[in-house]
Design a protein around this ligand. Sequence first.
Ligand code: ADP
Ligand code: MG
Length: 718
Amino acid sequence: MLNFVVMSVNLQTPIDYLKGVGPNRADLLRKELGIHTYQDLLNLFPNRYLDRTKYYQINQLQRNSADVQVIGKIIKFEEVAQKRGKRLVATFQDDTGTMELVWFRGQKWIRESLKPQTPYVIFGKTNWFNGKFSMPHPDIELLSEHKKSLSSAMQPIYPSTEKLTNKGISNRVITKIMQQLFLETNGRFTETLSPELLESQKLISKSDALFNVHFPKNQELLTKAQYRLKFEELFYIQLQLILKNLIHKSKIKGLPFTQVGDYFNTFFEEHLPFNLTHAQKRVLKEIRSDLGSQAQMNRLLQGDVGSGKTIVAFMSMLMALDNGFQACLMAPTEILSVQHYNGLLDWCNELNISIKLLTGSSNTSERKEIHENLENGQLQILIGTHALLEDAVKFKNLGLAIIDEQHRFGVAQRSKLWHKGPNQNSENPNAQGAIPPHILIMTATPIPRTLAMSVYGDLDISVIDELPPGRQAIKTVHRYDKNRLKVFRFIRDEIEKGHQIYIVYPLIQESEKMDYKDLIDGYASIERDFPKPKYQISIVHGKMKAADKDYEMQRFVKGETQIMVATTVIEVGVNVPNASVMVIESAERFGLSQLHQLRGRVGRGAEQSYCILMTGHKLSNDSKTRLETMVRSSDGFEIAEVDLRLRGPGDIMGTQQSGVLNLKIADLLKDSDILKSARFHAQNILKKDPSLASPNNKAILNTYREMGKYRNIWNYIS
Ligand code: ADP
Ligand code: MG
């Protein structure tokens, strides 16, 4: 008796070997769709499906219905002359009524091959035209043939390219190749999830899922298949991110901040300028627990503009100081660093803490003194710009590095801070005794939770999701340019009340010259309407020298000028509580998160504040949505969700490196519930079995390893 050994087909087999593919097609598949192996083909998931399980009667058709399928007979043909050439119109009838089938091309062939008075199945989009339904260029098949063919189910439509279609690799061909793949493999594929997960999440097996995603019998099976595959895809990304985080924690030793000491306690008990919000307290606890653990903190602090991140940063620095370490805070611009410095200076004086500011404009003797005192440990807190990253800046024992508005900094800059930890002046981060400082990254650009989980899954995330009490919502309106006089009148009234005004112009690289001209023209017209000496105006833009910018900014901060005309350089962080109006010119040209940031510059005091979005008359749909969203909502997270929907994840900071864009079947926006579930289970599994050593998790471990081998999953993270 013969023993049949069912050889399992290696899915890494080059696609050329699949029957029906051959070198030419293989080449096209590689170039056009990135399909190199059997596996790649298997993971080419349909974009959509034509539901051919349902049949409509003619009297059930709706105007503009998507693809519908009808059974009937052609009762007559007619040629109708039109501007150019003619069209062929067939009257198609079933028991409930008649409709028209229309062809603009291939009329001769159609007339000859279609038989009147014979049952056909037609499939396509319908139009409502001249009081009748019509279907241009229907998919048409004899009912008798149709009953025999596979097409009486959900028909997959695969991603394609023009080149593929031109070279004859139609959807039908891809479907055929896919069928061949299932034939050669017997449709048996190695299970990639654990039996426990399959059971508890009611997931169908890998083989069933793959079969039903490519050849679904009905919508229900398709939904199950898609769910299973989406879950799997998101599960492995999360597993990877969480593992990376765990490895980081076990490998990267942290500086032990064992105690909460005098600085923190004195500040908390005697100098706290206001009650902390619940969110601020919660975040401080999270940070405290990181700093007290043996591992290096790598935490992202998200908090809307004005949510009070600064005091959290300061109190975290106090924890470092209490344990005998130094701390630094890096901000993206000179203005912001100065502001942080001024803000923290009073508190530091009260507590007898030495603090200094280091920026590009610090002079040589200041620098020298700072460098010395950093190295001998007399200087406890250093605030500054990129200047902090210079090699000459050496700390005695840097324990905590805080980065404000991290999206302005690159990964390289972030990692430079790592090397400023104690005993670490060499290039080698693993040098003996080298311990990186704890890192806290702050951002006011909220990232939707689901995206954050994927992009920053290797960081721990804290969120301040509560504004300090007593904030009044900023009234936001959209005004057209022709209402400018009214807007100016309103501004005059606000200045009358002693308030200050921002007027912001876009600055976008491609049209820098024009933008600059707009700004200068705008400034001239504002000067005309708000004449000196009654009104004083500051102007700040990118072409000015840093010192001039700073001078103008300071005049505004001190209240010497009532109006600040600026480009987006004032976007982040600037704090002038007396400013009550933010006018944004050409608001349609700003992105949502930028608009939100700019608006956050007002509403920082007790007075009612306003944001006025000025635009021209012609607006794209996206611009309209952006403006409406700003008028409707002040919730940074809600705004970020809309932003994500409008732009897709590709434009959101950090997604490029994260791999979330390479998702094959899941969709970050639509599948956020699946993502949460996948993350939860990945966490759970790793909590119980961090090395995936248990027999239960064998499938997971194997899959994870395979992925590392064949797909560069390690690229998920920068
Ligand atoms: P951001 O998160 O945008 O950096 P800031 O830290 O600059 O916000 O805080 C914005 C303003 O709110 C500051 O004037 C700050 O003093 C104030 N503030 C912060 N936390 C509180 C609080 N718990 N209660 C009242 N005011 C607060
Ligand atoms: Mg801030």
